[in-house]
Write a protein that binds this ligand. Sequence first.
Ligand code: BGC
Length: 705
Amino acid sequence: MSAEQRADALVSALTLDEKLTLVTGYFGVQKDWNQYRFPEARAQSAGLVRGVARVGFPPQWQTDAGSGVATQGEAPPELERTLLPSGILTASTWNPALAERAGAMIGSEARSSGFNVMLAGGVNLLRDPGNGRNFEYGGEDPLLAGTMVGALTRGIQSNRIVSTVKHYALNDQETGRNVVNVKIDEAAARMSDLLAFQLAIEQGDPGSIMCSYNLVNGVYACQNEWLLNQVLKGDWGFRGYVMTDWGAQHDTVQNANAGLDQETGVREKSDYQWLDKLAAAIKGGKVPQARLDDMVRRISRTLLEKGVIDAPVELGKIDFAEHAKVTQAAAEEGIVLLKNANVLPLAANVQRVAVIGGHADVAVLTGGGSAQVYAPGGNAVRGLGPQHWPGPHVYARSSPLAALRGELPKADISWSDGSDLALAAKAAAAAEVAIVFVTQWTAEAQDFSLTLPDAQDKLVEAVARANPRTVVVLETGGPVLLPWLERVAGAVQAWYPGSQGGPAIARVLSGAVNPSGHLPASFPRALEQLPRPQIAGLSVPKDQPFEVRYDEGAAVGYRWYDKQKLEPLLPFGHGLSYTSFAQTSLQARLVGDELEVSFRIANTGARAGKHVAQIYVSPVAGGWEAPKRLGAFSKVELAAGAATDATVRVDPRLLATYDVARHGWHIAAGDYTVSLATSARDATQSVKIQLPERWLRAGAGAKQP
Ligand code: BGC
């Protein structure tokens, strides 16, 4: 029988109580505050949906998140698992194949840890650089974010488990996330945040989608008929199931009728909206029985199609040594060389290096909240940050200092922790090169200032004054202000680089790895450049509802800077290499209805490297939310002196605007500029092409339901 037929058979066989069981999820954590501590829950896990043993339906064991198997809030004993770099670093690789391998690795650890649902695949757009969860997501561009998160999802699900793309939708800030009403025009939403989801869903085929805490245009996302029934299930033909973010259910009837399929995160009686309440609503005719059957059919069909039921998860051994290679490869490819005034790579014969700050003697930083993974060896730096969730600050035991000493065995590499500016400056003055590590912990449920905490800017200034050959290594969750960039010789964005972050950073600095990461988000020069210099609702009392208006619409990130004619400090797409590349022979043509672009890339330098070619598209007559959009990209690896031809297709939605009245995408007839670029600000060549008018349905790209 097909999954569809088996799901139908289940719907016929199950009792009402059994159906209600499958649509209700509990917190998995075995703590007093959880009134539902079921014996079958996995220790310290995000969630459990109980099974129905009578028909062989397994429990759904749910774990976070996109960088590996997490341990839920302050809940020792911690599970130690391989930690991938944060999502924003994975996006910085611009390499979907690598994201897929990374996903396959963490998915296998989920499976071996007894989880069959991974709450992974965060694809909220980076609208506000201060959003505390930017580290979990794929940056500011819908094509890049959707492609990279889609690839990660594919990898996770290759383990015959479900991955949950989240948080649908427009959950782009953490301040007031349970009460904030996001106001955005429908067309703008379709061309920005929703497009990122649409692409991730098409490319990753996730079994489930998590609806978010916030309201969208006045209605909670998890009871939002437009978001769930009309766009996701209707236009895009999504056949999987929708689960709430933990506790994001508010109304029995509205949740059910708007298209929610599973409520989650129940930890006390007042949390749940379904169970007996849904039974009563069905009995009273407020929710059709067919709706509950549809929820159960969707969940069953998905678990059958993905393999969860036929290939039950079992606790197994994890090959940590092999997985360390996967996370290190990801980190090495996503670290971004931001600036290099002839200081990197460190010369093989360098004799004295000063390493300063950021706990680089023992560890690299990780992001906090539900996505918190404890890397092998546990938290390497204890006692920092908030005592309670989403704290504390957790560091992965992986020392950049030790790894650098391994890379440069002949050099004398000193260490100072950076707490004393005079000592740090003295160490820097005594060295040929000073390397300062600066960190900013970010986490779920709060937003952050773009100024580095603990006066670290002062540390950088002091070190740079003492030694102009200063390199700054940043471990941050998103873009921050870099007021000293002019005064340092080099800068490297390492984001949160995961459990092999130490060697990955050291190998980029030493040149063992030629950096090839590119920014998935613009870095502002100053807060005033942002659509919202301050995160909305910061001064609103806790739990008091407020609005955030996304008046910038689809002009997110580089599109905003272009539209406002602002020069960012570092543009989207920026990333340097230790070799040089030439991009030439740009051609654009129509193949059938599709825009195809080809070009040639040559490695004109002296060492092998990887290059990200970026194609931007732009209507000559204007008419978009901003002058241009990323239309396609391609990463290629080239030996020194080698060259290759590349061809990419531009997704038609990236050439269109969304027309609400006609319920579809519209490409206006006319001339378009196609540019080959190395960042949103650096086009190397442009050509023009004339496109005919074209209409596409709202769900263009979706598998036919
Ligand atoms: C987060 C989700 C997470 C869930 C379960 C929520 O607080 O927003 O991303 O999957 O908790 O841990």
